[in-house]
Design a binder for this molecule. Structure first.
Ligand code: ZN
Length: 436
């Protein structure tokens, strides 16, 4: 696949100075696309992270979400470690492989191996992990047959299984410390196991918990070799019933008081409460928000659209992870037109990801006119067949999606990696994109 086109001169330089801008862009393009000068080539192993670079990897396992990040100072973060297990979607398995790279290891084992490889460290550690919300495809289901930890009484799957291999120093979730706002049911084996993990790991001092606070920028920071001059920030944009307003660290309450909601079905659900983060490096903006929704089903309260408030807070965003795997209640037109993302990453693992309507909105030049590239981590054959010709308009239909932001945050690349083996070879190169 040829590299994506660079932004036009007018976007980079505005109307004044367009001639000088055009000349400059032509020079940049000539050097960027010259064969000898291209920093990435299809078929090569992904070059290692270097200091000053921001790497964000959306990892494919075929069983749920996982994103691994290396901040400019080398701080590491894992966002979700899903393992939904065998679900109804397995029946839709066609010729395509169900798990990635294959079913010989668990999703958590593949994730840990990926992290070990990318850090290049024999004994890597995760400075942070974040669980966006308490669902199996984001933290790992527990059925009762999983092995027990060597450190206590909890079982290993998803997040807990990653921690057993690569210790997590700090863990952010939406409930710590009291887990009082919309906790999962008490008989939920996965959540019970998670609470046991949290209490046992914090008791030994191995783990520090962080209860996500909307609006904050001091809960996730660079902790390895922080350089205060680097323009880098991680902001919690939304969690539970709170959303950042975009002004200072101000937040507002976005859901009615639970007791005032007459119909139990209308209560906010686990997905709507997801921890949502905006990562900013110089001019570069990235959003990832778990399974938040923005296109309520008919009859649902209007406040079930949480994308609109988040869009108002964050505004234009270079790269965003598509909400809730691109299911039917996500990516509303206001959200898409406000973020105007050049790159969208769709973390798909089931045959319902994405829905045909959502993909149509995402690709629509009437929703916003600028070009955009959509990367789907695992586009199942059954899904493509039901969507039809539009399914072929994505930039990539399988593979780990790596966003590599150059030092300073002015430009970034998207590199798709082979997900069928552990070769870590680049299967397509997209960019450079100018951060807006
Ligand atoms: Zn999910």
């Amino acid at each position: 696949m040829p590299p994506s086109r660079p932004p036009c001169a007018e976007r980079l330089f505005g109307r004044t100075g367009w001639l000088a801008g055009a000349v400059a862009v032509a020079a940049v393009c000539a050097s960027a696309y010259g064969a000898q000068d291209a920093p990435f080539r299809r078929g090569d192993v992904l070059p290692a992270w270097t200091a000053g670079t921001l790497d964000i990897h959306q990892i494919v396992t075929g069983r749920g979400n996982a994103a691994f990040m290396m901040f400019p100072d080398g701080t590491t973060l894992l966002l979700d470690a899903g393992d939904a297990g065998d679900t109804e979607y397995d029946r839709l398995r066609a010729s395509d492989a169900d798990q990635r790279p294959d079913a010989s290891r668990t999703p958590a084992q593949w994730i840990a191996r990926y992290i070990r490889r990318m850090t290049g460290e024999a004994a890597p550690r995760l400075d942070y992990a974040v669980i966006t919300h308490f669902h199996p495809d984001h933290m790992g289901i527990i059925t009762g047959s999983e092995p027990l930890t060597a450190h206590g009484t909890y079982r290993l799957r998803g997040l807990t299984e990653v921690d057993e291999e690569i210790p997590i120093a700090r863990l952010m979730d939406r409930g710590w410390p009291d887990y009082q706002y919309l906790p999962p049911p008490g008989d939920d084996a996965m959540f019970t196991n998670y609470r046991r993990f949290v209490s046992e790991r914090t008791a030994t001092g191995a783990l520090t918990m962080i209860g996500a606070q909307a609006g904050s920028t001091d809960q996730i920071t660079q902790v390895r070799r922080p350089d205060p001059k680097l323009p880098f920030e991680v902001r919690v944009v939304a969690v539970n019933d709170r959303v950042w307003t975009g002004r200072g660290s101000e937040t507002k309450v976005r859901f009615p008081a639970l007791a005032s909601i007459q119909v139990r079905e209308d209560w906010p659900n686990e997905n709507l409460c997801s921890v949502a983060l905006r990562i900013r490096y110089g001019r570069f903006d990235y959003f990832t928000g778990g399974d938040i929704a923005g296109y309520p089903v008919p009859g649902a309260p209007a406040w079930h659209d949480v994308e609109t408030d988040v869009a108002r807070a964050i505004g234009r965003t270079d790269v965003h992870v598509v909400n809730h795997h691109g299911s039917i209640e996500e990516e509303n037109p206001f959200w898409l037109a406000t973020l105007r993302s050049r790159v969208m990453i769709l973390p798909a693992w089931a045959a319902t990801h994405p829905s045909a309507d959502v993909l149509k909105r995402m690709l629509s030049r009437r929703v916003y006119p600028e070009p955009r590239d959509v990367f789907v981590t695992l586009f199942r054959d059954a899904t493509k067949a039901s969507i039809g010709a539009r399914a072929a308009q994505v930039a990539s239909d399988h593979g780990h999606v790596v966003v590599r932001v150059e030092p300073g945050g002015f430009r970034y690349w998207v590199l798709v990696l082979d997900d069928t083996t552990e070769s870590y070879r680049v299967t397509s190169v997209h960019g450079p994109y100018a951060a807006e």
